[in-house]
Ligand binder design. Sequence first.
Ligand SMILES: Cc1cc2nc3c(=O)[nH]c(=O)nc-3n(C[C@H](O)[C@H](O)[C@H](O)COP(=O)(O)O)c2cc1C
Length: 181
Amino acid sequence: MKGLVVYGTRYGTAAEIAEEIAKVIREEGIEVDLLDVKSVKDSDVSLYDLVVVGSGIKMGKWTKQSLKLLKKNKEALANRKVALFVSCGSANEEKTRPEGQEKYLDEVAQKNLINPPVATGLFGSVYDPEAKHGFMYNFYMRFAKKEMEKQGIDPNIRHDYRDWDEIRSWARGLADLLKNE
Ligand SMILES: Cc1cc2nc3c(=O)[nH]c(=O)nc-3n(C[C@H](O)[C@H](O)[C@H](O)COP(=O)(O)O)c2cc1C
């Protein structure tokens, strides 16, 4: 049994989630490779029983490379257990911006996979007023800041909206699927 956790990230948030997922699956006794999608070769996915693919979301989109990985490996992935996750701002406020599950996970799975994924994970992001990632990042964070102010949340301190217990439990669920085969 072998698993692959592969992630596409622009600001590092999905990478940290992927690291934790890989760590938990390893702790369950399953061999796991963790790769940045930029370093995956086309044929790599065929070596694995479980393939977890995750991405950060920017302007409603996965990273180009992670979508390309799904598309290029459509046939190979049809014969494997595939799980998808995203890290996005809408997961921080699922009640007011509920588009995440449908747009970023269900639609991506329908368009790019032959068989439905064994699991999907909608995970939150990080708000960090000190982070420096350029114009687009600052623009989005100004919008996030206004939303936080409306909700009475202090925008001057870092907030990690990733629910690490939820992420670990999701990863354990994937390991269980492999172990129970
Ligand atoms: C320029 C920009 C655009 C974003 N667009 C969206 C969006 O359309 N929907 C959303 O839910 N979150 C959006 N976010 C929040 C990101 O999805 C979130 O910060 C995520 O954790 C980024 O993952 P990454 O660091 O792995 O790239 C955006 C963030 C930035 C900086």
